[in-house]
Design a protein around this ligand. Structure first.
Ligand code: ADP
Length: 344
């Protein structure tokens, strides 16, 4: 019975979305879920604060419909809300035209590599760029950008970002020692992020690129609620195990009203030195198809490239080391497209 009820609930919810409310109300976005046990139905709806009256109406309509199904003994509808702060409420201030959060569901998919290369690519097309490494679990921007020093404070007690390849860089790694195991709790994440915005002399920027920690935790929510994010870019490898988590990231950003600017597929394939053929090691076109399903832009794919790994390890991003190389062209094309769509 529960399968039948669940499919009816989903059918009803879509009906209300389309014909009665015009609200986004879609199980695919995880804003409706239901548990059915022994004829008792518990439905949970994640609502947008601004529309709570409409949702109350839906809730009673939904309840009536489900009560009409044979064998249903009781129906309980719970409305929960995700607080969506108005963008003008932002507490983290910085003088920049755009703030872009680079995110991934899983670690190790190439999020930091993308963030630094995007920052350098934007710089190479003439933008003033800041790079904020907020990856509390493994800050890698200093190493990948070839930075060895530590930022100094100016007369206003603000930290001066360290500039590398023309990009102003600040890392959470500068605030904690590399070897100290750090357990990050919500308020600590909030404090550290606030310090990296308000406590840093960023100057005037066109873009601030943020390398987020993987997953959907405190750093993502803190930034969504306290800074004027222009949007997020999600990095994923093409295989299902990474895409499942990438999906959670997309849904989380949608719920907190942060636009997903696009999905990038990393480690799309590997071209073998011997046979010169493409090998789709982590499956083919997974992220491209996912972008289509979610109707978000697909920003491009980056193959597995040994040189890219070496350049990251040596602190020389590809757009610096080999500005005319194939990899640089891909990053620069993504940077140009992004810049164009954001200027519109
Ligand atoms: P994340 O930030 O998602 O944890 P990283 O950017 O740190 O991932 O990348 C993990 C490792 O994979 C690094 O050693 C990086 O150099 C390497 N890497 C990332 N993308 C590629 C790629 N397209 N080709 C080869 N190596 C890559």
């Amino acid at each position: 019975m529960s399968d039948k009820i669940l499919s009816l609930i989903y059918g009803f919810s879509q009906k209300y979305t389309d014909h009665k409310t015009n609200l986004e109300f879609d199980p695919k976005n995880n804003n409706v879920s239901a548990i059915v046990k022994d004829g008792h139905v518990n439905i949970s709806l994640v609502i947008n604060n601004n529309n709570d009256q409409k949702y109350n109406e839906i809730s009673s309509l939904l309840k009536q419909d489900i009560q009409g199904i044979p064998d249903v003994l009781s129906v309980n509808v719970i409305l929960t809300s995700e607080k969506s702060e108005s963008k003008s409420d932002s507490r983290f201030t910085i003088d920049t035209k755009h703030i872009i959060a680079v995110a991934s569901g899983k670690g190790g998919v190439g999020k930091s590599t993308f963030a630094i290369n995007l920052a350098v690519a934007l710089k190479s097309i003439g933008m003033k760029v800041g790079l904020l490494d907020a990856d509390i679990y493994g800050p890698s921007v200093p190493r990948m950008m070839g930075i060895s020093g530590r930022p100094q404070a100016n007369e206003n007690k603000k930290l001066i970002p360290l500039e590398s390849y023309g990009v102003r860089c600040m890392s959470i790694g500068f605030l904690v020692s590399n070897d100290t195991p750090t357990i990050w709790r919500g308020p600590m994440v909030m404090k550290a992020l606030e310090q990296m915005f308000n406590g840093v002399e960023w100057g005037k920027l066109d873009y601030l690129i943020i390398d987020l920690p993987p997953g959907t935790g405190d750093a993502q929510l803190t930034l969504a609620q306290n800074s004027k994010l222009s949007g997020s870019i999600i990095i994923s490898t093409p295989q299902d195990v990474a895409l499942i988590d990438a999906r959670k990231g997309i849904n989380m950003f949608k719920r907190v009203n942060v636009e997903v600017l696009g999905l990038v597929e990393n480690m799309s394939y590997f071209i073998c030195d011997n046979c010169n053929e493409k090998h789709y090691i982590f499956s083919k076109d997974g992220a491209r198809n996912e972008a289509e399903k979610f109707q978000i832009p697909f920003l491009g794919s980056i193959p597995i490239d040994k040189k890219l790994r070496v350049q990251s390890d040596e602190g020389k991003p590809c757009c610096i080391d080999e500005p005319d190389g194939e990899m640089s062209k891909r990053y620069i094309s993504i940077a140009k497209n992004l810049n164009q769509s954001l200027s519109v």
